[in-house]
Design a protein around this ligand. Structure first.
Ligand code: AMP
Length: 120
């Protein structure tokens, strides 16, 4: 699947749409999910144009992949949700109901999340 710039996270990345920013550096942007499923629900995206985790893992550079996942860990730590625990989710493709075709990780925490994948 080719990357299509006509997606909401790309528009956030280029500043066309605003977001509630949590963190930004040269590789990564993180912002609060507009429909939070936990007390803390952050979307973390790489600045590179990757459709999903599958695309990122296959085609991202070692530097991009390393920077991305280390930054997810740093954000969780900075938010103070590491000690009690958090959940990472990344939807790839239609069976996972991926809505936004720019690779992202959902970082959820700040409260007990239960055993299911996401709080309804
Ligand atoms: P996914 O199903 O993994 O593609 O999830 C997309 C997520 O993006 C959903 O949790 C939405 O609530 C979230 N979302 C959509 N638009 C925005 C936005 N403008 N700002 C922040 N989060 C958004």
């Amino acid at each position: 699947m080719d990357y299509n710039e006509n997606n909401i996270f790309y528009k956030i990345l280029i500043g066309e749409i605003s977001c509630q920013k949590v963190y930004e550096d040269s590789n990564v942007l993180a912002f609060y999910d507009i429909h939070p499923k936990a007390l803390q629900h952050i979307i973390v995206i790489p600045k590179g144009r990757y459709v999903s985790f599958d695309d990122f893992a296959a085609h991202g550079t070692d530097h991009e992949i390393n920077a991305f996942f280390r930054t997810v860990q740093k954000i969780a730590n900075d938010l103070g949700i590491s000690t009690d625990g958090y959940r990472l989710i990344s939807n790839h493709g239609k069976n996972a109901n991926q809505e936004v075709p720019h690779f992202h990780v959902h970082l959820l925490g700040g409260e007990p999340l239960g055993r299911k994948l996401v709080k309804e």
